[in-house]
Design a protein around this ligand. Structure first.
Ligand SMILES: Nc1ncnc2c1ncn2[C@@H]1O[C@H](COP(=O)(O)OP(=O)(O)OP(=O)(O)O)[C@@H](O)[C@H]1O
Length: 243
């Protein structure tokens, strides 16, 4: 369970980007973060992923407080939480399979890191992750740069799984994708929540996709969390509140 209390982010010039955002997330939830451009979605995800500094606030994960936590503890959390960006961070000249292997790098024994060898078990595991995102057939054939945007995003999800991620934070992972590819990416993320009890928090532009795929919707406006409801069709009043 993740608890955030009063997360605020204020820039050095005094501009408030996030203002006292509080929430609790349980395992298995798929949260869509919606809001107008500039409402603070990316900043919220960046702060949650500990990639951006918090000005104020408390982060508690499974009973452990991480605010101001030791560097090693924060590093551990960053390893367990995968961050998916709009443009997935893949080695484009390498195959999907090699990209997924790289997600396991830090878990490998030192001699495997040095020799770059991969055990049969690691190989099977990586193929299993690619199967979960429906990309088994593209595992070894092509460099990642030849995959479509949606496929690259799904390789990034498989890499996150290989990394041992229990939480996926995704900043508009479907931006620029055609509706079918976007749908596949979101269905994969949803399946990880329902089948493996993972947590996904995903900033989204497309409200319909959020309504259809998420289990919960957060609405941000001016850096404040103004909507927090189980996913369903939003009423006009709710839409006016956030969009
Ligand atoms: N480092 C920064 N310096 C100055 N302004 C910033 C900085 N980071 C964020 N902002 C501002 O904070 C606000 C929120 O930005 P953020 O990127 O989080 O919004 P967003 O909801 O993700 O927007 P979009 O949907 O357009 O990506 C914006 O007005 C942005 O210009």
């Amino acid at each position: 369970m993740i608890i955030v209390r009063n997360l605020s982010k204020v820039l050095t010039d005094g501009q408030t980007i996030l203002s006292k955002v509080s929430f609790q997330i349980d395992k298995g939830e798929f949260i869509a973060v919606i809001g107008a451009s500039g409402s603070g979605k990316s900043t919220l995800l960046g702060c949650l992923a500990l990639r951006q500094k918090w000005t104020e606030g408390q982060l508690i994960v499974d009973g452990t407080e991480f605010s101001g936590a030791k560097w090693a503890d924060r590093l551990k959390l960053r390893k367990e939480w995968a961050f998916l960006e709009e443009r997935p961070a893949l080695a484009l000249k390498k195959t999907a399979l090699k990209n997924v292997f790289s997600g396991r790098f830090w878990q490998l024994p030192w001699w495997r890191k040095i020799t770059g060898t991969v055990s049969t078990e690691e190989h099977i595991r990586a193929m299993d992750y690619l199967e979960r995102v429906g990309l088994l057939d593209k595992a070894k054939m092509l460099p990642a740069e030849k995959l479509s945007g949606g496929e690259q995003q799904r390789v990034a999800i498989a890499k996150g799984l290989a990394q041992g991620a229990k939480v996926i934070l995704a900043d508009e992972p479907t931006k620029g994708l055609d509706p079918e590819s976007a749908s596949k990416v979101l269905q994969d993320l949803r399946a990880l929540c329902t089948e493996q009890n993972m947590i996904v928090v995903c900033a989204m532009q497309n409200l319909e996709m959020a309504e259809r795929n998420a289990s919960r919707i957060w609405g941000l406006s001016g850096g404040k969390l103004v909507l927090d409801i189980p996913a369903r069709k939003l009423t006009q009043r709710e839409k006016d509140l956030v969009l």
